[in-house]
Ligand binder design. Structure first.
Ligand SMILES: [Zn+2]
Length: 285
């Protein structure tokens, strides 16, 4: 079956439409959408990394939720906006417009199904902007829809305990943290004997980039031929298990908080109704 890392009882497509229609309190139920990519992650990791990590973290988070927290996962979005990696075979990318339309249409479908809370767990660093635009579009269309787009790695985790200062500063892709958590989630796909380290140069302008990270648009091949941007060599399974545990705990907490959240529904615009007199005050009549 296709529930992946999710507990089957929390995988929405395993329910029939009649079961979904009969779910109690759909308004507070959290629908979780892992959104990854299919893109190169160096010679030692599979192209599925971003999808495996966001779907794996979501599944492990859902597994530790208490029963009273109503939440279901959708199947992951496995294609993203990966154009910065398209020079490497195996990268299957959408353009930004297609991904934006996909996210909005999935959100519309979630809303139409009676749900009012959508949590987008984005696993790919090249597309948070698209997730934010999609979330705002859905909010504009539906004033009672709470859509939270968030990056998988943005919540508290323990990866920093194991990483060098240089790795924390400059690693962006297929480095220490991603490699370690992949050893925990999909060990058969990780080939440490092929792992290589590769860092980008520090950006020379402190005004444009106070932390030294590339401040210009980049593609992965700008920094070398391996596709790696970071150092995966110190990664171990034990670290990966600890990182996964910490992320799953944080995401379970986040889902619990979103389930309980009270957030104002859109207020009806009163200005137009009470004040509208045919012309805008102060404006030329
Ligand atoms: Zn990645």
């Amino acid at each position: 079956m296709i529930h992946g890392y999710n507990p089957p009882e929390r995988f929405l497509p395993y329910l029939s439409w009649t079961e979904i229609a009969a779910l109690p309190d759909r308004e507070h139920t959290v629908i979780v959408l892992p959104t990854g990519s299919t893109e190169q992650h160096g010679p030692h990791l599979p192209c599925a990394v971003d999808t495996v990590i966001c779907a794996g973290v979501v599944g492990h988070a859902l597994a530790r939720l208490p029963k009273e927290v109503r939440a279901y996962a959708l199947p992951p979005v496995t294609y993203g906006k990966s154009e910065e990696h398209l020079h490497f075979p195996g990268t299957i990318t959408l353009d930004g417009e297609t991904l934006l339309a996909t996210m909005v249409q999935i959100g519309e479908s979630v809303y139409r199904s009676g749900f009012r809370r959508l949590l987008i767990v984005n696993g790919h660093g090249g597309q948070p902007q698209v997730m934010e635009i999609a979330a705002r579009e859905l909010r504009l269309r539906h004033g009672d829809f709470i859509v939270v787009p968030q990056h998988t790695w943005r919540l508290p985790h323990v990866a920093g305990r194991y990483m060098s200062e240089r790795e924390k500063k400059l690693a962006m892709h297929a480095g220490h943290a991603e490699t370690a958590i992949m050893l925990a989630l999909a060990p058969d796909t990780v080939h440490m004997e092929r792992a290589v380290a590769n860092y980008p140069p520090e950006f020379p302008s402190k005004l444009l980039s106070p932390d030294g990270r590339p401040a210009c648009a980049w593609t992965a091949r700008d920094f070398g031929s391996s596709g790696v941007i970071g150092d995966p060599l110190p990664a171990t399974l034990e670290q990966g298990v600890a990182i996964l545990e910490s992320l799953a705990t944080s995401w379970a907490q986040a889902i619990t908080e979103l389930h309980a959240l009270h957030w104002p529904a859109r207020a009806e615009a009163t200005w137009g109704k009470s004040q509208h007199t045919g012309h805008i005050e102060g404006a030329p009549g």
